[in-house]
Design a protein around this ligand. Structure first.
Ligand code: BEZ
Ligand code: FE
Length: 304
């Protein structure tokens, strides 16, 4: 069809017929519909293909997979890139890079002062000690910052979503001490993969892609007067380190993993088995006026 003919159809269809439209919603929906009309026309989408797509979207909603699809198609990364650009344009520099939150955070994890053990002791995995300091971009420690941490177990599954795990397993909020320090003991995570044969997996396969993430640990780091930092660290050496289906890997977020076998180091850490250690400091950017909020509102799970 001629674009002009499509536009004429749309002009009719998109004319308000009752009440005042909400301008922003109307502008965005009109644009999406127009672009989809063009796609249908350009690719000669047949009615059966169109209804197959509608059915796919319905099923993806029933499977609660839109959070996975948004990450897998790069939307979540794109929103981060835009926030980065807005901060850069406002002259905010330095600070730990942000990267995606993903859909597997659960609000309400226990609050611990200074240090925490995240695992409930039910898994055999490698012991990991992670520690560091929260600072501002001038290098000053931030005492009383909240470091919310969450990660998958040795099978790549997250508590709450995986009902076989205890509540808040591998999830805590740690308040930094007077020197801005945090420390936790946990079990080394494995990488996450989207549910096999689910909506995301089905789509990614058709795009010639996989649904794996490298092993990683998520963080929200927040303190009054600072922009909330949403980030992750990746576990070095993971085969998917630079092949993350959610596009979240950033070079600055791959700290060294030190493996300790030495009995003296083991005893000094208060442990009785070899362990891995990661040192990682977070640097927070100061809050600034007229920037999009770094406190992203999105539906999040909340444990009962
Ligand atoms: C994750 O962080 O584990 C994750 C991120 C995006 C989609 C699915 C999972
Ligand atoms: Fe994750």
């Amino acid at each position: 069809m001629e674009k002009a003919a499509i536009d004429a159809l749309l002009k009719d269809m998109q004319a308000p017929t009752r009440g005042e439209p909400t301008p922003r919603v109307k502008a965005i929906v009109d644009r999406i519909v127009r672009d989809l009309f063009y796609v249908i026309d350009e690719y000669d989408v047949e009615p059966s293909e169109f209804w197959s797509a509608v059915n796919y979207l319905t099923q993806a909603g029933r499977n609660d997979e839109y959070g996975l699809i948004a990450a897998g198609l790069g939307f979540e990364r794109f929103l981060d890139v835009r926030l980065d650009a807005a901060e850069e344009a406002a002259g905010l520099t330095g600070g730990t890079p942000r990267t995606i939150e993903g859909p597997l955070y659960v609000a309400g994890a226990p609050l611990c002062k200074g240090e925490a053990r995240l695992d409930d002791g039910s898994e055999e995995g490698e012991i990991l000690i992670m520690h560091g300091q929260v600072r501002d971009t001038d290098g000053q420690p931030v005492a009383g910052a909240h470091v919310e941490v969450w990660h998958a177990n040795t099978r790549g599954n997250y508590s709450f979503f995986d009902k076989s795990q205890s509540p808040f397993n591998l999830r805590r909020t740690i308040e930094t001490d007077a020197e801005g320090r945090y420390r936790f003991r946990t079990t080394m995570p494995s990488g996450y993969a989207v549910p096999p044969e689910g909506s995301t997996d089905t789509l990614l396969k058709q795009l010639g892609r996989h649904g794996h993430r490298p092993a990683h640990i998520h963080f929200f780091v927040s303190a009054p007067g600072f922009r909330k930092l949403t980030t992750q660290i990746n576990i070095d050496g993971d085969p998917y380190l630079h092949d993350d289906f959610a596009f979240a890997t950033r070079d600055e977020l791959i700290p060294a993993v030190e493996r300790n076998q030495d009995p003296e180091a083991i005893a000094k850490a208060g442990l009785n088995a070899p362990f891995a250690r990661i040192a990682f400091d977070f640097e927070l950017r100061s809050e600034a006026a007229a920037l999009p909020s770094a406190e992203v509102q999105r539906p999040r799970a909340e444990a009962a």
